[in-house]
Design a protein around this ligand. Structure first.
Ligand code: 13P
Length: 249
């Protein structure tokens, strides 16, 4: 059976003390079953988060990485650096990275390949913009994004891939895809993976939904058969809200 996952993307939020406070509040919530829980603090706080969560089932993941192992890339971090502080999973392709840091599908293909080569898990984000949906291009846009970054991977790499469909128009806007829109897209995505790889890989890949998931809407979205969890932004910064979302799975 495929995994259920709820991951919190903290984006560029929380200083050192706030990171400790949020982690302490999450740990105080106690245990959870039947779901993998991950949090992605900003890179400067990863090592500290790994240490403080070492006695917990919550996994610490990165928000981004460079495709090279090391070298003259000022300001960047690599897969081996993440692993050296105990981080074995990384978010790649977030729409904010694509929009504000010019991450192209080609660069993402390299990043995914580099992460997989280092045996890292990748939480791969993609999703259409509002005008794509309004012009009914959303399926094509998603197919192109997946095709360019993921579809040249070997079959074996899929054990390390988690997909996160995040329609750009739903991120930080308070507007979510309806549960039906999410299910329709997730089923489409699973079908693409089946077509380009095989049924077994498609059946086993976890597909998360992201975009304004809150305690009030999580349960309905997660109840859809092809939605295997969520990638949470704003609501992940509050331990009560995040834990309520974890418990909605
Ligand atoms: P919000 O939950 O704040 O809409 O953010 C979603 C997101 O971008 C997670 O990566």
């Amino acid at each position: 059976m495929r995994k259920k996952i709820v991951a919190g993307n903290w984006k560029m939020n929380n200083n050192k003390a706030e990171t400790d406070q949020l982690i302490a509040a999450l740990k105080a919530k106690g245990s959870f079953t039947g779901v993998e829980v991950k949090v992605a603090p900003t890179s400067i706080h990863l090592a500290q988060a790994v240490e403080t969560l070492s006695d917990s089932a919550i996994e610490v993941i990165g928000q981004n990485m460079h495709q090279a192992t090391n070298g003259a890339y000022t300001g960047e971090i690599s897969a081996v650096m993440l692993q050296s502080v105990g981080v074995n999973s990384v978010i790649l392709g977030h729409s904010e990275r694509r929009a504000y840091f010019n991450e192209t599908d080609e660069a993402l293909e390299e990043k995914v390949a580099s992460a997989v080569k280092q045996d890292m898990e990748v939480v791969f984000c993609f999703g259409e913009e509002l005008e794509d949906r309004q012009s009914e291009q959303h399926f094509q846009v998603v197919e192109d994004q997946l095709h360019k970054a993921l579809f040249s991977l070997p079959h074996t790499a899929w054990e390390k891939i988690v997909l996160a469909y995040e329609p750009v128009w739903a991120i930080g806007t308070g507007e979510t895809a309806s549960p039906e829109q999410a299910q329709e897209m997730h089923a489409f995505i699973r079908g693409l993976v089946a077509q380009n790889f095989d049924e077994n890989i498609a059946e086993n890949v976890a597909i998360l939904y992201g975009g304004s998931v809150k305690p009030a809407n999580a349960q309905e979205i997660f109840s859809k058969p092809d939605v295997d969890g969520g990638l949470i932004g704003g609501a992940a910064l509050n331990a009560d809200d995040f834990f309520a979302i974890v418990q909605s799975i």
